[in-house]
Design a protein around this ligand. Structure first.
Ligand code: GDP
Ligand code: MG
Length: 494
């Protein structure tokens, strides 16, 4: 059972509360039974599951609840808190310091995802504006340097390694020294793994660690071992000073819930999670937003972070003005698609939007959409300024079919492809006009920014499923209220 399934099952069980005419012990017991079964299926330790059940039950003594209180809401909140507790190590996670060298050393068994995770992490910090680099201190596995080099090159991250030097300690020392002298802020050292915990691995780890004096040793773990993570993490912690954990492969494995709760049991904070093979399938791990997203309730903080990363504020005003007047050119659409690409995988963004369902975007549709967007952009690349900046570009091109021929030839696509792109543009511009007509959306402050940014990102398909522009605005408003009222703890919206 992958994590999304776990979330879905818990959400379904919770929904039985909303459907019940009265809330009594039977309703609560049957709900808890379903939830506990789902947790066990995700390999969460039976003791932890029992504890969760007891804690929820003792938090909701029905007789003691004042009659005016919303029982459903209280039960949901109690459960939310317990789920957070399940994955909360109770210790705070390490954070790098800006303007200083932060040396991070990755350790873990072979195949756990260290090398992949090094690149993901480097890419993550680089995108946030940190001066970031990678060092390959794995001389054990053949092709290790090539793998890191390939990832680093693709993401344009400076790297260090050697084909001839066989001593990982020497490479690590040389690399760290070099990058420190070049004022790198995030220096990530990849080390070798072994198939199992062997003395030789621990010894090598210690030597590298003693030499480079890392600020943070990150233990990378594969989620597929489930609750066995607990003993493995303990064993590593005994040998080296593991400060944080990254759990990988949470996308495909049955035992994700078990892995996360087991790591929490060792009191090691999880700093990131890996959710796929792509460099972008990587998320900072925070307990509350994680549970919130798991249950389809969104992650307001994460969403704001993504918006801020985009740094769109400069052209925001201009766009707002245009939208107010219902203007939307092909060039605007180009920029919009660019922004969508910059924000990273669609699915990740969608899951941050509260009560927005986990399964709206299957991986397939996501891929399909990205491919389509890229094609649209290639088509727009073949257009001239007049076409891009016309207030109705679709009309201009349709009236003069030679333009369509020219653009299609230039982009290496068919006329039909160009027409499809124009149709999409027309839909977007209709949306812009509708938004322009409704001044209620353009009130001052973050609300406006948020709505307009979101509208910029949305494809009509997604927008429609959110109940159109009006639905989206309402949703955002309740998100903002919720964020203000409960300090990030999302209310259940069922
Ligand atoms: P290392 O031996 O610890 O360096 O592990 P690698 O980084 O070479 O990864 C081993 C395999 O796991 C590779 O095929 C990766 O693509 C894959 N992998 C790593 N992280 C993830 C993840 O989060 N999800 C999935 N599905 N695969 C991953
Ligand atoms: Mg490796």
């Amino acid at each position: 059972m992958v994590l999304a399934d776990l979330g879905r099952k818990i959400t379904l069980a919770l929904r039985s509360l909303s459907n019940a005419t009265i809330i009594n012990d039977d309703v609560i017991n049957s709900m808890l039974k379903e939830i506990c079964a789902a947790l066990l299926e995700a390999d969460v330790n039976i003791k932890l599951v029992k504890q969760l059940r007891e804690n929820v039950k003792s938090a909701i003594v029905l007789e003691e609840m004042a009659s005016g209180m919303n029982k459903r809401r209280m039960i949901q909140c109690a459960l939310f808190k317990e789920l957070v507790k399940l994955i909360d190590p109770g210790t705070s996670a390490w954070n790098p310091t800006k303007g200083k060298h932060n040396v991070i050393m990755m350790v873990g068994l072979q195949g756990s995802g260290k090398t992949t995770t090094c690149s993901k992490m480097a890419y993550f910090y680089q995108r946030k504006g940190w001066k970031t680099c990678l060092i390959c201190a794995d001389t054990y596995r053949a092709g290790a340097f090539d793998q890191l080099k390939q990832n680093a090159t693709k993401a344009r991250i400076p790297f260090y390694g050697s084909y001839t030097e066989m001593d990982p300690v020497v490479i690590a020392a040389e690399g760290v020294e070099r990058f420190k002298s070049e004022n790198f802020e995030i220096i990530i050292v990849d080390t070798s793994g072994r198939h199992k915990q062997e003395e030789s691995l621990f010894e090598e780890m210690l030597q590298v660690s003693n030499t480079v004096q890392p600020d943070n040793i990150v233990y990378v773990m594969d989620a597929s071992i489930g609750q066995a993570c607990e003993s493995q993490a303990k064993a590593f912690k005994d040998k080296v000073d593991v400060a944080s954990v990254i759990v990988t492969k949470l996308d495909g494995h049955a035992k994700g819930g078990g892995a996360l709760s087991a790591v929490a049991a060792t009191k090691s904070p999880i700093i990131f999670i890996g959710t796929g093979e792509h460099i972008d399938d990587f998320e900072p791990f925070k307990t509350q937003p994680f549970i919130s997203k798991l249950l389809g309730m969104g992650d307001i903080e994460g969403l704001f972070d993504r918006f801020n990363e985009l740094k769109l504020d400069d052209n925001n005003e201009e766009l707002m003005n245009k939208l107010m007047h219902g203007q939307f050119t092909i060039r605007d659409m180009y920029e919009m698609l660019q922004n969508i690409m910059k924000m990273g995988p669609f699915g990740q963004i969608i899951r941050m939007i509260p009560s927005f369902g986990i399964d709206i975007l299957s991986k397939g549709t996501e891929q399909e959409m990205t491919t389509k967007f890229k094609k649209f952009m290639t088509i727009m690349d073949s257009m001239n300024d007049q076409e891009l900046d016309d207030k109705d570009g679709a009309k201009l091109l349709s009236k003069q079919p030679t333009r369509i021929h020219r653009v299609a030839r230039g982009a290496g696509v068919s006329n039909t492809d160009v027409q499809e792109m124009l149709l999409q543009y027309t839909k977007f511009s209709q949306l812009a006009k509708k938004m322009g007509g409704n001044r209620a959306f353009f009130k001052s402050g973050d609300m406006t920014k948020m709505t307009s940014q979101m509208a910029k990102m949305m494809s009509p398909k997604i927008l429609n499923s959110m109940g159109g522009m009006a639905g989206m605005s309402g949703r955002i408003q309740s998100m903002m209220r919720a964020a203000g009222n409960t300090k990030g703890l999302m209310p259940f919206n069922m």
